[in-house]
Design a protein around this ligand. Structure first.
Ligand SMILES: Cc1cc2nc3c(=O)[nH]c(=O)nc-3n(C[C@H](O)[C@H](O)[C@H](O)COP(=O)(O)OP(=O)(O)OC[C@H]3O[C@@H](n4cnc5c(N)ncnc54)[C@H](O)[C@@H]3O)c2cc1C
Length: 299
């Protein structure tokens, strides 16, 4: 299926039958038929156009910190943009960076240049590309506050520039979740500030995160989106489900809004827990909880 593609790219960027558990923060997921880690826009374009031409499903991922990959794995090609694609450029109060850079590296570089606006991002373990698509956010900040434009490659290989207002940002949503466009680079507008104050804010956010979240155990962050006017963790706690375990998956006993992999959890374990929480929340509160975690792979 991939014979020609395998010839068009260097061997070191290609892995066949690659277990996705090696590429997700959950440490869960069956094999991808082919995992590609291209290092340039030229290589990315070859992958995208090849898949489009041959009708091969393509999934673009970043650092896998918001992903639940099913146990049967992923048919087709997974293109990972992480440390293989992470250059950045500081230009005055703006930063232009490639999609794979980690948010924490980005926030630390901004702080080192006395630029404020990305403090909220430091503890989010994703890539810039994933954060742009998910409108990642924390502590009253989110990507839509700083993004001014995004360069994306469309499935045909065409490269398009999206202004922030064209991305239709809302809570954890952007138009890039709906169209076959993949983030290559993003430009952010920051403000100059006091380096000590910026780093102090980052330290405070990190302290609050470590106090509340099970950072030492594999997870994909908050399992569910926050419904308007409600907090998910306390609702799950009230249902008596905090610490509830199914196979290797557990509703975290530190923060009930997280499902964690206690060791050897399958995607099926996590999906069963998600379904259980959804049913019980619907019964008691009449609310339809939607997963924030992106669920992918063969059913
Ligand atoms: C401990 C922990 C804490 C977390 N805290 C937060 C938090 O405070 N706030 C928050 O918002 N999130 C949080 N998350 C979730 C996650 O880190 C964010 O959603 C992050 O933005 C995902 O980035 P990623 O690179 O890991 O994306 P992935 O998980 O790899 O992918 C997520 C989605 O984005 C798509 N995608 C990724 N890269 C691209 C690209 N270049 N082009 C097109 N589509 C792409 C994927 O197809 C997928 O649909 C947390 C996760 C963990 C494990």
């Amino acid at each position: 299926m991939f014979a020609e593609l395998l010839q068009q790219l260097p061997a070191e960027v290609l892995r066949e039958n690659e277990p996705m558990q090696n590429h997700t923060s959950f440490k869960i997921g069956g094999p991808a038929d082919l995992l590609v880690t291209p290092g340039s826009i030229e290589e990315i374009k070859r992958v995208v156009t090849y898949c489009h031409k041959h009708h091969i499903p393509l999934l673009v991922i970043g650092r896998g910190s918001n992903l639940l990959v099913r146990d049967k794995g992923i048919r087709g090609v997974v293109m990972k943009l992480a440390s293989n694609f992470q250059e950045f450029l500081l230009e005055g109060n703006q930063i232009q960076a490639q999609a794979g850079i980690s948010l924490s590296e980005l926030a630390q570089n901004a702080a080192a240049a006395s630029l404020q606006g990305l403090e909220f991002a430091e503890g989010i373990p994703g890539s810039l590309g994933g954060a742009v698509v998910m409108n990642a956010g924390a502590y009253d900040g989110e990507m839509s506050d700083v993004i001014i434009e995004v360069q994306a490659i469309m499935e045909t290989g065409e490269i398009k520039l999206f202004k922030a207002e064209e991305l239709n940002y809302s809570y954890r949503r952007s138009i890039l979740q709906e169209i076959p466009g993949y983030v290559l680079t993003a430009r952010m507008q920051l403000k100059s500030g006091d380096k000590n104050e910026i780093t102090a804010r980052m330290r405070e956010y990190a302290r609050r995160r470590a106090e509340k979240q099970p950072l030492e155990i594999p997870s994909a962050g908050s399992t569910f989106k926050r419904p308007d006017g409600h907090y998910v963790g306390p609702m799950i706690e009230e249902l008596g489900l905090k610490g509830f375990t199914l196979g290797g998956a557990q509703i975290s006993d530190k923060h009930a809004g997280f499902i964690v992999n206690r060791g050897g959890a399958s995607a099926a374990d996590v999906l069963d827990l998600i379904a259980l929480v959804q049913t019980r929340v619907k019964e008691k509160y009449g609310l339809d909880l939607q997963p924030e975690v992106r669920i992918v792979g063969e059913e």
